[in-house]
Ligand binder design. Structure first.
Ligand code: NDP
Length: 335
């Protein structure tokens, strides 16, 4: 356990692919909590694809990271000083704090978590924002009906792996794709997907989808974009739903790529294609959290994470996440 508050700052904005030079690892000051504030010793930190967007300048649903400032992340930690009646020393909390060993907070936006219910890092994955994202997208836009076919891309990742398993709980036929054979095997052998394929080695994705979804796709949970989205679009059934969760294949593009070919299909087949941001759906997030712990306990939701040791290795792990080096949820262990 470090006594120094090491931090990672955004040194410069990436152009195209992010590199380790865009980050600075430095020993910062130990935060001094004032009246109403708490000091949190951060134990686990989440790395998420959306962070790549926040490294760019420009308007989005969250403000960009500032150059020269500590980066922000989902964190789980322990309260070690409290000047706030809502938190006691020893409480474990999760929320948006810094890429750093110690953070101070006024407690707003933090949530207490139970370390006896699940390992702490799980509150950043299956019992946290990625799990909620899977549920929110599937329920609010996907509107699943038993027997329908669901296709999910980046299916072995933090969000995709939950999407597929929720699909099975809801009685759907579930097909997924991932970028390594070991990930594909995990989807079918452990998570109960009906079929899965390696999008890097399968040949044309639309042909593979035609083969594995012979009755077409009713719900496409889109995490990737590009060729995979285009291939799914052509396999959609009438009145299908395309859940636009993320487009990770484009996050390092210098120029926005043209959209998928076949947009006329949206009209012809009366498709619904809708984006969402998980935090706009607090009711569904709460509903998921109420159900997820039970599903995990019953073995209906399985979980896998890649844990990188040490804050100093976070930039490397983040770049790896964007290249598919993580298997399941990417976490950084901080102490
Ligand atoms: P993951 O844990 O799935 O990690 C990212 C994965 O994406 C990689 O492991 C890699 O897996 C895959 N990937 C990377 N580049 C490509 C590519 N060019 N083509 C295909 N696959 C690629 O991340 P999350 O589960 O946390 O996030 C999944 C998606 O959900 C992202 O697009 C993210 O931005 C989005 N998201 C959206 C939210 C919302 O509120 N709308 C909230 C949270 C996440 P592989 O080996 O399979 O290539």
């Amino acid at each position: 356990m470090t006594e120094t508050n090491y931090q990672i700052l955004l040194k410069s904005r990436p152009v195209g692919w992010v590199s380790e030079e865009n980050f600075e690892y430095a020993a910062g000051e130990m935060p001094a909590p004032g009246p109403g504030e708490i000091l949190v010793r951060n134990k686990f930190m989440s790395l998420d694809p959306y962070m790549r967007g926040r490294m760019n300048e420009g308007k989005s649903y969250v403000p960009p990271f500032a150059v020269g400032e500590v980066l922000e992340a989902g964190v789980v930690g322990e309260v070690i000083v409290s000047n706030n009646d809502d938190y006691a020393v020893g409480d474990h909390v999760t929320g948006r704090l810094g890429w750093e060993n110690y953070s101070k907070s006024d407690g707003q936006g933090l949530m207490k978590v139970d370390p006896d219910l699940a390992p702490l890092s799980w509150y950043l994955g299956i019992l946290g924002m990625p799990g909620m994202t899977a549920y929110v997208g599937l329920m609010s836009i996907g509107q699943p009906k038993e027997g329908e076919t669901l296709f999910v891309s980046a299916a072995s990742g933090a969000v995709g792996s939950v999407v597929g398993q929720l699909g099975k709980i809801m009685g759907l036929r579930v097909v997924g794709c991932a970028g390594e054979d070991s990930k594909v095997a995990w989807l079918t052998d452990e998570l109960g997907f009906d079929a899965a394929f390696n999008y890097k080695t399968c040949g044309p994705v639309y042909k593979k989808l035609r083969e594995l979804c012979p009755e077409g796709i009713d719900i496409n949970f889109e995490n990737v974009g590009g060729e995979i989205l285009e291939a799914a679009l052509w396999q959609m059934n009438d009145f299908g739903r395309i859940i636009m969760c993320g487009l990770i294949s484009a996050y390092n593009d210098k120029e926005p790529a043209p959209g998928p070919r076949g947009m006329a299909l949206i009209v012809q087949r009366r498709l619904k294609m809708q984006g969402f941001i998980v935090f706009d759906h607090q009711d569904l997030c709460r509903e998921y959290m109420a159900k997820a712990a039970g599903w995990v306990k019953e073995g209906k939701l399985k979980y896998r994470e890649t844990i990188t040791d040490g804050l100093e290795n976070a930039p490397r792990a983040f770049i790896g996440l964007l290249k598919g080096e993580n298997f399941g949820k990417q976490i950084v262990k901080l102490d």
